[in-house]
Ligand binder design. Structure first.
Ligand SMILES: Nc1ncnc2c1ncn2[C@@H]1O[C@H](COP(=O)(O)OP(=O)(O)OP(=O)(O)O)[C@@H](O)[C@H]1O
Ligand SMILES: [Mg+2]
Length: 234
């Protein structure tokens, strides 16, 4: 097996200065993820699932611990990597899917979806053809492909979001409740795509509103447990 990610002793603290409190969503998370492995992250609301994913993605810096990502170019500690390297890894090797589309004004759905392919140098018409194929796969109506997603329904936006996030197989994929606003058809399309990515070696960590959807893909589960608010002397 080829290791993709090693998380060791990862801890996150939010300093809530206005309350004189610290919040410790998680204190000592360790696990290893191999190529093609699927890890389910579970726990009650507010326990720190999204925070853990964001810390691995380096949207947040951890309080302690290491996040060693074995990229195509060697091992990198994401907790300490330079921003410029994190940006490149996000383009080429690490994907993050949330429930929300970051739709920009006056950019067509098909352009938003094609963008990751364009960025790696795929010819424009080829990228657009593939983008349309994925929009169709996730059930976005053909009349909407050239429209601007800022006015789309929540579910339609999410379908565009998924098409964009999953168009390019990456080495590591982080998923934060990607099915929350999807109809049954789109949920099935998503699960098919995840199974396909997994069979091509993509390692995944996911939080799912309906874990039953992905039951057959799960290799391992991590349960995050709630902790108390810790007061801090100020
Ligand atoms: N930027 C932040 N600053 C301060 N506190 C935060 C921040 N982000 C999250 N938190 C707090 O950290 C805790 C964990 O939040 P998080 O969003 O990770 O939970 P979750 O497990 O994903 O919950 P849910 O199931 O509702 O999505 C919450 O109490 C939240 O209020
Ligand atoms: Mg969450």
């Amino acid at each position: 097996m080829t290791v993709v990610l090693e998380v060791e002793g990862l801890a996150k603290t939010f300093h809530m200065h206005h309350l004189g409190q610290q919040l410790h969503p998680f204190a000592d998370v360790s696990f290893t993820l191999d190529r093609g492995e699927f890890l389910l992250l579970r726990g009650p609301n507010g326990v720190g699932k999204s925070t853990l994913l964001r810390t691995i993605y380096r949207s947040y810096l951890p309080e302690a611990g290491r996040v060693t990502f074995h990229s195509r170019h060697g091992a990198v500690d994401l907790a300490r990597a330079a921003d410029v390297d994190v940006t490149l890894l996000r383009r080429d090797e690490i994907g993050f899917v949330t429930q929300f589309l970051n739709a920009r004004p006056r950019v067509a759905a098909e352009e938003i979806v094609a963008e990751p392919l364009r960025r790696i140098g795929r010819p424009a018409d080829e990228a657009l053809d593939e983008a349309r194929r994925w929009l169709g796969e996730f059930g976005v109506k053909r009349d909407l492909w050239r429209a601007y997603p800022t006015t789309f329904s929540g579910g339609e936006q999410q379908k565009v979001n998924l098409a964009r996030a999953l168009i390019l197989p990456q080495r590591l994929l982080l998923l934060d409740e990607p099915t929350a606003s999807l109809d049954a058809g789109a949920r099935a399309a998503l699960v098919r795509r995840l199974a396909d990515l997994k069979s091509h070696g993509v390692a995944m960590i996911g939080v799912f509103h309906h874990p039953g959807d992905v039951e057959h893909l799960i290799d391992r589960t991590i349960d995050l447990k709630p902790k108390e608010l810790a007061d801090v002397a100020v």
